[in-house]
Design a protein around this ligand. Structure first.
Ligand SMILES: C[S@@+](CC[C@H](N)C(=O)[O-])C[C@H]1O[C@@H](n2cnc3c(N)ncnc32)[C@H](O)[C@@H]1O
Length: 235
């Protein structure tokens, strides 16, 4: 199970291949909420097996896509997965911890974090570090296959691997502490097929509920948690 937190070796590579496939529905759903300019400079943090680097590059083909991951196995896998784009200089992948991102201040338009903030240490300072590399008005998108753990579904997993399961309210509070100003949470409720959109803008909170039209091609009818969560924070 520690391969979910920091993939290592052959077993780690297998886990990364599975994650590329299994995280596809939530990743595509989350990406459908982002408007990415075709020349955007994008950073994917905890890039894992690298499939989202390819997706982000395709959305910003005239920009630059950078992945970071603190696992050398993930870095290798992401480079292998995107071999041609890496050779063309369109995608680069760096071994680094989110706590110390090797990029300049104000250099990134959009930062993404798919299924990874559960594992980040010192979370507010990690979010501050993401904010540092974002341009003014840059966006940080956090994607999770669960919105908190109200049903204690993650209790067993927590015994095997160190992780923190956040809900939208907690993430809003942590992101505000890190200096983000405009926050939006998209919550996909599987049972009701509704999407709840909660926003915190100019000091006021708002919620709307809409029909959820996202077609999950890989959906086998089973989701571990009742809700998916995507939070977009503006610097
Ligand atoms: C569950 S995997 C998700 C991988 C990929 N984003 C996806 O959605 O399939 C978590 C990834 O985050 C990386 N990671 C965890 N903590 C990290 C940290 N502090 N800094 C950088 N990467 C981290 C792990 O090495 C792993 O590759």
């Amino acid at each position: 199970m520690k391969n979910v937190r920091k993939p290592e070796g052959k077993k780690g590579e297998e886990v990364l291949e599975r994650m590329n496939k299994n995280h596809t529905p939530v990743s595509l759903w989350a990406l459908s909420h982002l408007n990415i300019e075709d020349n955007a400079h994008v950073l994917d943090i905890g890039c894992g097996g690298g499939i989202n680097l390819e997706r982000l590059h395709k959305l910003s083909p005239n920009g630059k896509t950078v992945g970071i991951d603190y696992s050398s196995t993930s870095v290798k896998k992401s480079i292998d997965f995107n071999k041609d784009y890496v050779e063309e200089g369109k995608i680069s992948v760096i071994e680094a911890n989110v706590q110390n991102i090797p990029l300049e201040d104000n250099s990134i338009d959009i930062a993404t974090a798919f299924e990874t903030v559960y594992f980040w240490p010192d979370i507010v300072n990690s979010f501050r570090e993401v904010r540092r590399v974002l341009k003014d008005d840059g966006l940080f998108m956090i994607v999770l296959t669960t919105n908190g753990d109200k049903d204690n579904l993650y209790e067993d997993l927590k015994k095997q691997v160190e992780l923190e399961v956040y809900d939208d309210e907690e993430l809003f509070s942590l992101l505000k502490d890190a200096g983000f100003i405009e926050l939006t949470a998209f919550i996909k409720v599987h049972d009701t097929k509704k999407e709840h959109i909660r926003s915190f803008v100019d000091g006021s909170f708002n919620e709307i509920i809409i029909d959820d039209n996202f077609v999950d091609d890989v959906d086998d009818g089973h989701h571990m948690a009742p809700e998916w969560l995507c939070v977009v924070a503006k610097k």
